[in-house]
Write a protein that binds this ligand. Structure first.
Ligand SMILES: Nc1ncnc2c1ncn2[C@@H]1O[C@H](COP(=O)(O)OP(=O)(O)OP(=O)(O)O)[C@@H](O)[C@H]1O
Length: 643
């Protein structure tokens, strides 16, 4: 399949005859075009001149990254590179001096003696150059990990600081994925830029030396070296364009890799017998990839062959010119011989320069994704820390609050107004998608209302210091994360700033009916809850839910928000958990979200949401008496038990 065909494959996408969703048995579903693919392709179209024009800027960027990471090493590399160039020029001139003496008339012994000073200078320059090369290597080796760490840390500083809304934007997730290549591209860029400068310094040295010997030799040198330079740049560019055009294909391969090799999909893959289907998909995508790579290999070989042939002819012409100059008596024999050596040195430097120029360009493009991400992500960073410190919760009020997610026409939360007083246990109930989690996210400061406000003790959350506020709120989310740490640490995460005493952790676990279960694990509280690690252990869904609830209980926060904390618990654990929640009543505030309505009977107040709006409010008895939506849902569940 050609690149164009692959591109068409992406455009057309696998559709069923009726235009419905993709047929599972034909090909993988069509992938959404990522923002960076468009950019990547556009940049891949850039011609060679664009590549060359971009180089100074990219080399400048590399130097800045490197300087920020380690000044001493950057200075060493720069000085060694320039020094290496100067010594190369000096070496060529010394060589010519040696040859002049050796080609002069007179006895050989005298000629050798006469050439000795130049020979000594040549040996000294060569040794010094080698020393500088070693110094550059050392400095570069030390620089690479520092650059990588600097760049990666900045990425994590940003990714952990942006508001949650950022993750709703499709472009953001893609952007982040692309930016995660930042450390690699930064080190690649710095290395390639250094090597490019070294190559250019070598070329400049040869040019200077050649001009000193005879000015006419400079154009001759250019003629002999340009064809290979063009071929190397063009080959690199072809490879980059193929890389860019193949991004959809590669993503398909990554997806298939995950589906076939990861643990999470392994059970369904087997139970539904998906092996053959997935392997078939793999064969299709890899078949196309192989075709593209073969086409690329052919084109690269053709380009480099043309470059080498033309370069060979040009070099022959230069040798002819040298011969003519020599015969015509325009240059001495020593100069001609030096020129031959210079030509070879120039071609070596040029090969370095051209391959590195292409690398600088491609790594530069990748690095631009990283810097672009940091710039775009800045729009999602919260305002600088500030605001007053909130006191203990007295009253939480939601005032005409609304939330509309990016890219959605409907509102997840619509004009909700409610008040929760300190010490109350309230419940948010409603059908799937009615806005309970979204409302809880507004209250938990995880999201900002797109209308109205949520107030803590009468003042909008935005006016309080966010970190302080969050330290007063504990959230047990519906999609809790399984942190790859020990059971004790998994619970201790609920209060990272607090005292990690074992008694506190065990007390929290006890309230979530998790203590007994944890002590029965192979290493008790020190059991690693991730199979990736040696001696790591798997937990069941309900066991994880107990650990998560314990994490929420650890801090004894002013406000505890629990979203579906018992969906996977057995009846005994569920009862224990709700007993612990009831113990908070009157002392601390709890917002509970659950579909098991039997569990909300004890709540001081129940808020019923429907389509994002608050439709009913009252105690269990009030709402049953009102015979509305809540009464209907409750009756449905109760009937199930009675039957
Ligand atoms: N991150 C998001 N981006 C876009 N839409 C979202 C997002 N999260 C939720 N929604 C949408 O917002 C609406 C409310 O979702 P929410 O999760 O708040 O409902 P819920 O009442 O908690 O549902 P459930 O009982 O299933 O947990 C739904 O229509 C959902 O599709």
């Amino acid at each position: 399949m050609t690149e164009a065909a692959v591109a068409n494959d992406r455009q057309a996408g696998p559709r069923t005859p009726g235009g419905g969703p993709p047929a599972a048995e034909s090909v993988l579903p069509e992938l959404r075009e990522m923002w960076w693919e468009t950019g990547l392709r556009a940049r891949a179209e850039a011609g060679l001149l664009t590549v060359l024009a971009e180089l100074p800027r990219l080399v400048g960027a590399a130097m800045r990254i490197s300087w920020r990471a380690d000044r001493a090493r950057t200075a060493t590399v720069a000085a060694a590179t320039v020094g290496g160039g100067l010594l190369a020029a000096f070496g060529l001139l010394a060589t010519q001096r040696v040859l002049v003496e050796l080609f002069a008339g007179g006895p050989t012994a005298d000629k050798v003696v006469a050439a000795l000073p130049a020979l000594a200078a040549l040996a000294g320059a060569t040794a010094l150059r080698a020393g500088l090369g070693i110094a550059t290597g050392y400095a570069q080796n030390g620089l690479t990990p520092r650059v990588s760490r600097d760049v990666e840390r900045r990425l994590f500083e940003t990714s952990t600081a942006v508001r949650l809304e950022a993750f709703d934007a499709d472009a953001f997730a893609d952007d982040m994925e692309r930016a995660s290549r930042g450390p690699e591209s930064a080190t690649g860029l710095v290395q390639a830029a250094t090597n490019l400068l070294a190559g250019l310094a070598g070329l400049a040295a040869v040019a200077v030396a050649v001009v000193v010997i005879h000015p006419l030799l400079l154009p001759a040198l250019l003629i002999a070296t340009l064809p290979r330079a063009w071929a190397a740049l063009r080959a690199g560019h072809l490879q980059y364009r193929t890389y860019a055009a193949g991004s959809v294909r590669r993503r398909r391969i990554w997806i298939l890799h995950r589906l076939m090799a990861e643990r999470v999909s392994a059970p369904e893959l087997r139970s539904y017998g998906l092996r053959g289907f997935l392997l078939d998909q793999y064969d299709r995508v890899m078949g196309a990839e192989t075709d593209v790579q073969l086409t690329l290999a052919r084109r690269v070989t053709t380009t480099t062959t043309v470059g080498s042939l033309t370069g060979g002819v040009a070099t022959g012409a230069v040798y002819l010119l040298l011969g003519l100059l020599l015969v015509g008596g325009h240059i001495p024999l020593a100069a001609a011989a030096t020129c031959v050596l210079a030509l070879q040195a120039a071609q070596r430097s040029l090969t370095t320069a051209t391959t590195q120029a292409d690398k600088v360009y491609t790594e530069g493009l990748h690095f631009a994704d990283y810097t672009g991400f940091l710039t775009r992500a800045a729009a999602y960073l919260p305002d600088a820390a500030g605001g007053d410190r909130p006191g203990p919760l007295r009253e939480l009020s939601v005032r005409h609050a609304g939330l509309r997610y990016p890219g959605r026409d409907d509102t997840a939360v619509r004009d909700v107004t409610l008040t929760v007083r300190a010490g109350e246990t309230v419940a948010l109930v409603g059908e799937n998608g009615s806005g309970k989690t979204s409302l809880a996210a507004l209250i938990a400061t995880l999201r900002t209302p797109t209308a109205g406000a949520v107030c803590w003790n009468g003042r909008p959350l935005a006016e309080w210091d966010t970190d302080d506020l969050r330290s007063r709120i504990a959230v047990v989310t519906q999609d809790h994360h399984r942190w790859p740490f020990t059971a004790a640490t998994n619970i201790a995460l609920g209060d990272v700033g607090g005292e990690p005493r074992r008694e506190r952790i065990e007390a929290a676990a006890d309230r979530a009916a998790a203590h007994q279960m944890i002590t029965e694990l192979p290493y008790g509280y020190e059991t690693l809850l991730d199979r990736t690690f040696a001696h790591g252990q798997d937990l069941s869904g309900g066991q994880w839910q107990r650990i998560t609830a314990a994490r929420g209980f650890l801090r004894d926060a002013d406000l505890l928000i629990m979203d579906e904390p018992s969906s996977a618990l057995d009846p005994r654990a569920e009862e224990a958990l709700f007993q612990a929640i009831r113990e908070r009543q009157g002392r601390a505030t709890t917002i509970l979200i659950t579909h098991r309505l039997a569990n909300v009977r004890h709540a001081d107040r129940i808020f019923v949401l429907h389509d994002g709006a608050l439709v009913e409010e009252g105690s269990h008895d009030d709402l049953v008496a009102a015979d509305g939506r809540y009464a209907e849902l409750f009756a449905l569940q109760a009937a199930g038990y009675r039957a």
